[in-house]
Design a protein around this ligand. Structure first.
Ligand code: GCU
Length: 429
C-alpha cells in the first residue's frame, strides 16, 4: 500500500513539476470552442482498468483497493482539489414546517444548518418536501438549486436563501418567487413517492472568484488563502462536500430511507454531483444533467467548452493544477470517464440536451460508455453500446444515458427519466 501511495505521489509531483515551468495560458489568447466533429483531435483515453504502474485490474478487490484509490487521488491532486477530512461542527434548527404544502401533497420543512469552525460560521438554509402519501420511509432526491430556495416554488412562506436575503432591492427579478419552477416539478416528484431536499449552492460557496473566504472552505483549520496550493479545493470541491453534509441531515430524518439516496445536479452542479458521488458512497444513484466540461464530458475531445475556457472563466471552481492543462488536454493523465467509473457498482446516469453543444453531448455519452469496464468487473452492464442513442431513447442499465430535445436546462422529461432510473435502481440492490 505504501508503495502504491508513493507511486501516486511521485506521479502527482512529476506533473506539478512539469507544469511549474509552463506559463499559464490565462495570459495567452484562448481559442474559441470547436463545434466541428471533424476537428476533434485524435486522442487516447487512459484505460480505466490499468493501474499507474501498468498492472491490469482483473478483480473487484484490485479495483477497490488499488485502482479506485489511485483514480480518486488523481482527481484530488489535479482537478477538484483535496477535500479535508476534518469534521465541522453543525447545528440543525427547524425554522418552519407546513404539513399541508403543495395543496396537501407534501410536508414542507425549512431548516437552518449552521456550520462552525476556525473562528467563523456559515448559515445555510435547506428546503425539504416530503410526500404525505407515504407508507414508511421514502427515497430522497438531493440537489442544489441555483437561484435560492424561494425560486423553486411560488410559496410565499419560503425564506430567501442567505445569499439572496442580503439583496436590498426587493424588485430584483432574482427575488421573484418561483422563477425556477420549471426545473423543479415538485408535484411529479411527490406523486412518485420521493422526498426532495434542496439548498442554494451559493450557501456553501458563493459562486464568484472572491467567494472562497466566505465559503465553507474557510471553516477548516488548515484553510489557506492566496497563494493557493496546487491541489487546493475550491467551489466544486466545497459544493460536493456540502452535498454530503445535506445527506448527513437527511439520514437522521424519520421519514428518509438512507439506503435510497440519490443526488441530482444540473450543469456546474452536475459536475459537483459526480464529484460528490465519487467520494461519498451513500449516494446510491448519481445523476448528472448537462454537466459538460469538468463534469461528464471528456476533456480530451476539446469540443465545446475546454479546460482553457472553463478555468479562465471560473478560476474558483477547480484546483489550480487543473488550469495547467489548458490547451494541453492531450497531456491530461486522466479523463472524465474515470470519474464516472468511480460510482461503480452504484448507479450513475448522464443526460445531455440536443442543443447543448457547449457541454459536448457526444463527449458526455462517450465518457459514460468508457466507464463501462468497471461495471462489467462487477458483472453489471454499463451503457453497453458506443452508438449514441437518438433523442428520447433512454438507456437504463447500471449506467444510464439520454439525450433529449431542446437546450441546456432541466425539464420534466429529464426528471421522469431520473425517477424511472431510481425506481429501477432500488429494485436491483
Ligand atoms: C457555464 C459554464 C459551464 C457550466 C454552466 C452552468 O456555461 O461554462 O461549464 O456547466 O455555466 O453551470 O450553467
Amino acid at each position: 500500500m505504501t508503495h502504491i501511495t508513493t507511486i501516486i505521489k511521485n506521479r502527482a509531483i512529476a506533473y506539478m513539476a512539469l507544469f511549474c515551468f509552463v506559463p499559464s495560458t490565462h495570459a495567452q489568447k484562448i481559442p474559441p470552442a470547436n463545434y466541428d466533429e471533424s476537428k476533434v483531435p485524435h486522442y487516447v483515453l487512459p484505460d480505466v482498468l490499468t493501474c499507474n504502474d501498468g498492472q491490469r485490474v482483473t478483480t473487484k478487490s484490485e479495483w477497490e483497493h488499488k485502482r479506485r484509490p489511485e483514480i480518486l487521488e488523481t482527481f484530488y491532486s489535479l482537478e477538484y482539489g483535496r477535500t479535508p477530512k476534518e469534521k465541522i461542527k453543525v447545528t440543525y434548527t427547524l425554522i418552519e414546517e407546513n404539513p399541508n404544502a403543495l395543496g396537501g401533497l407534501a410536508t414542507m420543512q425549512q431548516v437552518r444548518l449552521r456550520f462552525e469552525g476556525n473562528g467563523r460560521h456559515i448559515n445555510t438554509l435547506l428546503l425539504a418536501f416530503i410526500p404525505n402519501a407515504r407508507k414508511g420511509r421514502v427515497p430522497v432526491m438531493i440537489g442544489y438549486n441555483f437561484k435560492g430556495i424561494h425560486s423553486i416554488t411560488p410559496d410565499e412562506s419560503i425564506l430567501y436563501s442567505p445569499y439572496f436575503a442580503s439583496l436590498t432591492n426587493r424588485a430584483d427579478p432574482v427575488l421573484e418567487r418561483g422563477n425556477q419552477t420549471s426545473r423543479w416539478p415538485l408535484e411529479m416528484i411527490m406523486q412518485r413517492g420521493y422526498a426532495l431536499v434542496t439548498m442554494c449552492y451559493h450557501d456553501f460557496f458563493p459562486d464568484n472568484a472572491k467567494g472562497r473566504p466566505e465559503s465553507a472552505a474557510a471553516l477548516f483549520s488548515d484553510y489557506q488563502g492566496n497563494p493557493l496550493p496546487e491541489d487546493a479545493w475550491q467551489a466544486l470541491g466545497v459544493w460536493a462536500w456540502g452535498s454530503s453534509r445535506i445527506a448527513d441531515w437527511v439520514e437522521q430524518q424519520p421519514w428518509a430511507d438512507k439506503d435510497r439516496l440519490a443526488i441530482m445536479g444540473h450543469s456546474r452542479q452536475g459536475k459537483a454531483a459526480l464529484w460528490a458521488g465519487a467520494q461519498d458512497t451513500r449516494f446510491r444513484v448519481v445523476i448528472s444533467n448537462d454537466s459538460g466540461c469538468g463534469g461528464a464530458a471528456l476533456s480530451k475531445r476539446v469540443y465545446g467548452e475546454t479546460v482553457a475556457i472553463i478555468t479562465n472563466a471560473f478560476p474558483h471552481w477547480f484546483c489550480p493544477a487543473f488550469s495547467r492543462f489548458a490547451q494541453k488536454e492531450e497531456s491530461l493523465p486522466f479523463d472524465q470517464h474515470e470519474l464516472i467509473a468511480l460510482m461503480a457498482p452504484r448507479h450513475v446516469y448522464v443526460a445531455s440536451a440536443k442543443e447543448d453543444n457547449w457541454a459536448d453531448q457526444r463527449g458526455e455519452f462517450l465518457a459514460a460508455y468508457h466507464a463501462g469496464p468497471v461495471f462489467e468487473l462487477y458483472g453489471l452492464q454499463g451503457l453497453g453500446t458506443d452508438k449514441m442513442p437518438d433523442i428520447h431513447q433512454p438507456i437504463m442499465h447500471r449506467v444510464g444515458y439520454h439525450i433529449r430535445a431542446g437546450k441546456h436546462d432541466v425539464t420534466d422529461y429529464d426528471w421522469k427519466c431520473y425517477l424511472d432510473f431510481c425506481d429501477k435502481a432500488w429494485k436491483e440492490k
